[in-house]
Design a protein around this ligand. Structure first.
Ligand SMILES: O=C(O)CCC(=O)C(=O)O
Length: 347
């Protein structure tokens, strides 16, 4: 008798169920409480990047957003609509391919630099997340391009073009963030060693009981900055003053958030804040975060210029590899990993 293929990806499981399987159900104390979320449009600042290199005002707006929200959206970022549309379209095509084609990229091994998987860390987590994802390393591009899926046929070309363009936006933002902290424009660039850039293509299938589970539970990002492209389906929420704010999609904008490494470099001036992805019962959602990172061996520590009597040094120095290992091994925990690297440990 033929045995049905084991459904390792959520997308294939979710297409014919009308209840959430028990391993996706969160305890009552840890559910999204969707009716308590503030979904009014004016959530996080929207900043026009048109004049980011010439305008002190833009730099100040970025600084204020990093301090008050840890999040902002950007428009006039210089990436043509066509590049964004192709990226979103090829992601949708990837997840629409037959299971046998998608599974060619599947792996549970987190050390793989290109892999399709589901949830977050399937080997260690107790509750699963309502998400499949394709994770890609993207910088230096020539080191990784050959590993990427070769189907759909335009995948490599579209994703490579998008990642080259996004890297330029990331570098401009890092300069503006350095400047907003009163540091030299290239301070953060230099602090990151050779730099790293990863991308996730997140696919959240429609969920029959979205109030019981998360696409991704609240977490802070371990990297430097994240640049998120989302489709037209809401799902991202950001914690601000103890309340979850929905970040509703605005076409052709990106959502930027400060990761833990900027919190450290800024000696706690800027905050890496919790955010989460919720799911819905009516429509699939795709989001594409680019995680801009230090290179693994880069040594991260607060900028000496931001340490004084009033602002004592908050963190010991560490390599990004050490930091990322802690982040990965703990799973997506609400308590930030930063406290493990405090100069004076929190009790
Ligand atoms: O899907 C989203 O909007 C958020 C994604 C995210 O936080 C992540 O991939 O780490």
């Amino acid at each position: 008798m033929a045995v049905a293929p084991h459904k390792v990806l959520l997308l294939d499981l979710a297409s014919n169920i009308n209840r959430v399987p028990s391993n996706y159900i969160r305890p009552i104390s840890d559910r999204p409480n969707l009716d308590k979320v503030d979904s009014i449009d004016a959530s996080i600042p929207l900043i026009d990047l048109h004049d980011v290199t010439g305008s002190n005002d833009v730099v100040q707006q970025i600084g204020r957003a990093c301090k008050d929200y840890g999040f902002f959206q950007v428009k006039n970022h210089g990436i043509p609509d066509e590049v964004i549309n192709n990226m979103m379209q090829v992601s949708r095509e990837f997840f629409s391919m037959p299971q046998s084609e998608r599974l060619k990229s599947y792996s549970d091994d987190p050390s793989k630099t290109t892999r399709l998987s589901t949830s977050f860390n399937v080997k260690t987590e107790k509750v699963s997340n309502w998400r499949d994802f394709l994770r890609l390393h993207c910088y230096p591009l020539e080191d990784y391009l050959h590993e990427w899926p070769s189907s759909p046929t335009s995948f490599r070309e579209d994703v490579a073009e998008y990642s080259r363009r996004i890297r330029k936006v990331a570098l401009r933002l890092l300069e503006a963030i350095s400047e907003s902290l009163g540091l030299e424009r290239d301070y953060i660039d230099r602090a990151l060693g050779k730099h790293g850039q990863h991308m996730a293509l997140n696919y959240y299938p429609p969920c029959p009981q979205p109030e019981l589970t998360y696409g991704l539970p609240g977490h802070a990002d371990p990297n430097v900055i994240t640049i998120l492209l989302q489709d037209d389906v809401p799902g991202l929420q950001v914690l601000n003053n103890g309340k979850w704010l929905a970040v509703n999609p605005i076409p052709h904008t990106f959502i930027i958030n400060i990761g833990d490494q900027i919190q450290v470099l800024s000696n706690d001036r800027y905050k890496s804040v919790l955010h989460r992805a919720v799911v819905n019962s009516y429509k699939e959602r795709i989001s594409i975060p680019t995680f801009y990172c230090p290179s693994p061996e880069a040594i991260i520590a607060p900028a000496p210029k931001l340490i004084d009597e009033e602002h004592p040094c908050q963190y010991k120095s560490f390599t990004y590899t050490e930091y990322y290992q802690k982040f990965w091994n703990r799973g997506l925990a609400k308590e930030t990993c930063l406290d493990l690297f405090r100069a004076t440990p929190y009790i």
